[in-house]
Design a protein around this ligand. Structure first.
Ligand code: NAP
Length: 279
C-alpha cells in the first residue's frame, strides 16, 4: 500500500502541514511520506495526475487550487459539494475522492479547544474565497444566528451567499457598508489580505463586550487582524493555528481510519511560534 501524501498549492514552502502530519503519523504508528508540491494553476492538474501515477495515496490542497481540485475529483463528499471546494484528496481505485475539512476544523477549534458557544451568533464573514466557502456551511450547521458576507469584490460575496442553502440566515453586503451594519458577535477574517501587498482596510465598526474575532491566518499573517481586534475591544481574538491542526487531523482520520490527538501537536506549534491568540 502506498504511503505517499502531499500538499498541493502555490506557494507551499511556508506550510506547517508536513510537520503536523509527521507528528500525527508518529503518534499513530503510521509510516507516511508527506511532500510539498508547488504547482501553478496551469500545472495543477498535471501535477496531480503525475502524483497519482507515482502511487500518491492522498493529499491536501491549499490556495489557489481548492475549487480546481473539486472539478478534478471523481467523487466528492457532501460537505465538499456544499463548499464548492476540496482541501483533502484520497486516491481510490476509480479516481480521486475529494472532501473539505476546513469547516469542521474551524468549528472544532472554536467550540472544543476554545470553548466558545457559536449558537445564535450574529456573524460577519470577511472574504469570499476558497476558505470562506469552506467554512460557511459548517458555521451555519454549528448554529450561528446569521451570516453576513462582505468581500472586497462584492459579486463574489453575493455568489457565495447564493450557494448557501439557508437564505433566511445569509446575506451579502458591500465593504463600504461595514461601518453601518451594527455589532457582530463573531467576526471571521477569511481574507488573504495579509499575504497581499494591500493591507486589510477595516472602517471603525461597532464591537460589543462579547465579540469574538477569528483570523484564519496564523503566525505573522494573523498579527494585524488580531491586533485590530484587541484594540477594537473584542472579548477574544483567535488565529487559525488550531483550525489548521484540526483540519489536518480530520484529513488524517480519513486517510488512515484513526483520529490523532490534535491537542499535543497544537500545543507544540503554539509554543514554538509564540503565536497570536488572545483568549
Ligand atoms: P483565496 O481563495 O485566494 O481568497 C482570498 C480572499 O481574500 C478573497 O475574498 C479576496 O477578495 C480577499 N482579499 C485578498 N486581499 C484582500 C485585501 N487586501 N483586502 C480585502 N480582501 C482581500 O484564499 P483562501 O483560500 O480563501 O484563503 C484565505 C485565507 O485563509 C488565507 O490567509 C489562508 O492562509 C487562510 N486559510 C487558513 C486555513 C487554516 O487552516 N487556518 C485554511 C484555509 C485558509 P477578492 O475576492 O476581492 O479578491
Amino acid at each position: 500500500m502506498s504511503h505517499r501524501y502531499a500538499l498541493f498549492g502555490h506557494p507551499v514552502a511556508h506550510s506547517l502541514s508536513p510537520r503536523i502530519h509527521a507528528a500525527f503519523a508518529k503518534q499513530c504508528g503510521v509510516a507516511m511520506e508527506y511532500a510539498l508540491i508547488d504547482a501553478t494553476p496551469d500545472d495543477f492538474s498535471t501535477a496531480l495526475e503525475s502524483f497519482a501515477r507515482e502511487g500518491g495515496a492522498g493529499g491536501n490542497v491549499t490556495v489557489p487550487h481548492k475549487q480546481a481540485a473539486l472539478a478534478l475529483c471523481d467523487h466528492i463528499s457532501e460537505r465538499a459539494r456544499r463548499c464548492g471546494a476540496v482541501n483533502t484528496l484520497m486516491r481510490r481505485d476509480d479516481g480521486w475522492f475529494g472532501d473539505n475539512t476546513d469547516g469542521i476544523g474551524l468549528v472544532r477549534d472554536l467550540t472544543q479547544r476554545h470553548r466558545h458557544d457559536l449558537r445564535e451568533r450574529r456573524t460577519l464573514l470577511l472574504g469570499a474565497g476558497g476558505a470562506a466557502a469552506g467554512i460557511a456551511p459548517a458555521l451555519l450547521d454549528a448554529g450561528i444566528g446569521s451570516l453576513c458576507i462582505v468581500n472586497r469584490t462584492p459579486t463574489r460575496a453575493a455568489d457565495l451567499a447564493a450557494t448557501l442553502a439557508t437564505p433566511a440566515r445569509v446575506q451579502a453586503r458591500h465593504w463600504d457598508e461595514l461601518g453601518s451594519l451594527g455589532a457582530f458577535d463573531l467576526i471571521v477574517n477569511a481574507t488573504a489580505a495579509a499575504l497581499e501587498p494591500a493591507a486589510l482596510d477595516l472602517p471603525p465598526m461597532r464591537i460589543h463586550a462579547g465579540t469574538l474575532a477569528v483570523d484564519l491566518g496564523y503566525g505573522e499573517a494573523a498579527v494585524d487582524f488580531v491586533t485590530w481586534a484587541c484594540r477594537a475591544g473584542c472579548a477574544a481574538a483567535i488565529d487559525g493555528l488550531g483550525m489548521l491542526v484540526e483540519q489536518a487531523a480530520e484529513a488524517f482520520s480519513l486517510w488512515h481510519g484513526r483520529r490523532p490527538a490534535a491537542d499535543s501537536v497544537y500545543a507544540l506549534l503554539r509554543c514554538d511560534r509564540q503565536l497570536t491568540a488572545m483568549d
